[in-house]
Design a protein around this ligand. Structure first.
Ligand code: FMN
Length: 299
């Protein structure tokens, strides 16, 4: 009833762990799979070790989370053991990759494919790391270049993750599709800021960061709806999913699956099993035999 497919991958249910939350070690990725996720995405991995931004880098804010972690990671060469452990979870492990040039994205992608990644999610959307992430995803030509460079080198599905911090996300989605993307993820965090009125200074050491969680859900649903209407490849919805109802909104907007990040912190690691059960209850109540029947229903 809950099984869904995504560019050749079969997911036992449409919930996926989003990149950056519990995705830095093989053990935590495996735990998310055991907690019920249909697939898991690693923390974004780059060509070399990277420390990220100074603390404070993550705060609860306005019903969501504001973060400027800054893509801290060990570099892909040191991630092989983590991938091996993660794969013991028995669900597809999607590797999130980034670089500062299209060639670097391709280098990391090839490395992660060799470590058994089931697919690659290209981080074209991090709003708080200079010269990568949204630097590529805010320009259709640059986004297309990265996708082409990676597609030339790997055989597994390539899934660019888009940012809503643009005037027209559909233009970027179309550029990625033309460049050969197999699916798209929308959206990453929204660029945002919080100020401590006592110290009169920004709270995050990086000053700005990315907002996630419930406050961004309506933006994510709008983006998925617009993209799904204009492209022929599958879309993964992301942003503010905490309940089965949230997931169903994304599915009806046209998503084939949803990623869950912040709600792992707010609802607990069994959020995947809970969301899946809530989707199933809705389907039963409405006499629907497969989750695939609600995908795109709002169009
Ligand atoms: C602490 C934190 C770290 C994140 N790190 C990454 C990352 O490394 N790569 C990435 O593509 N997205 C990253 N994200 C964004 C999430 O994957 C997701 O797109 C975003 O949080 C919206 O989903 P949510 O509302 O379910 O959290 C991060 C988010 C948070 C809160």
């Amino acid at each position: 009833m809950l099984e869904t497919t995504l560019c050749g991958l079969t997911l036992r249910n449409p919930t996926i762990l989003a990149s950056g939350i519990m995705g830095s070690t093989g053990a935590s990725l495996k735990r998310m799979a055991e907690a019920g996720a249909g697939a898991v995405v690693t923390k974004s991995i780059g060509p070399a070790a990277r420390q990220g931004h100074r603390n404070p880098s993550v705060i609860f804010h306005g019903g969501g989370v504001l973060n400027a972690v800054g893509l801290s990671n060990p570099g892909y060469r040191d991630f092989a053991q983590e991938m091996e452990t993660a794969r013991e979870g028995g669900v597809p492990v999607i590797a999130s990759v980034f670089g500062s040039t299209p060639r670097e994205y391709a280098e990391v992608a090839v490395g992660m494919e060799g470590m058994g990644a089931a697919a690659l999610e290209l981080n074209l959307s991090c709003p708080h790391a200079e010269g990568t992430g949204a630097f590529f995803g805010q320009d259709p030509d640059r986004a297309g270049e990265v996708v082409r460079a990676v597609k030339k080198e790997v055989d597994i599905p390539v899934i660019p993750k888009l940012t809503a911090n643009v005037t027209d996300i559909v233009e970027i989605a179309r550029a990625c599709e033309r460049a050969g993307a197999d699916a798209l993820t929308a959206i990453n965090t929204l660029k945002a800021m919080a100020i401590d009125i006592q110290t009169r200074r920004p709270i995050l050491a990086n000053r700005t960061g990315g907002l996630s969680g419930v406050p961004i859900k309506a933006v994510g649903v709008r983006c998925v709806y617009e993209i799904a209407a204009e492209v022929d490849i599958p879309v993964i919805g992301c942003g503010g999913v905490a309940t089965g109802e949230d997931a169903l909104e994304y599915l009806m907007a046209g998503a084939s699956a949803v990623e869950i990040g912040t709600a792992v912190a707010t609802r607990g690691v069994d959020v995947f099993a809970k969301v899946a059960a809530e989707i199933e209850a809705y389907l039963r109540d409405h006499g629907i035999s497969s989750v695939k029947e609600v995908i795109g229903a709002a169009h």
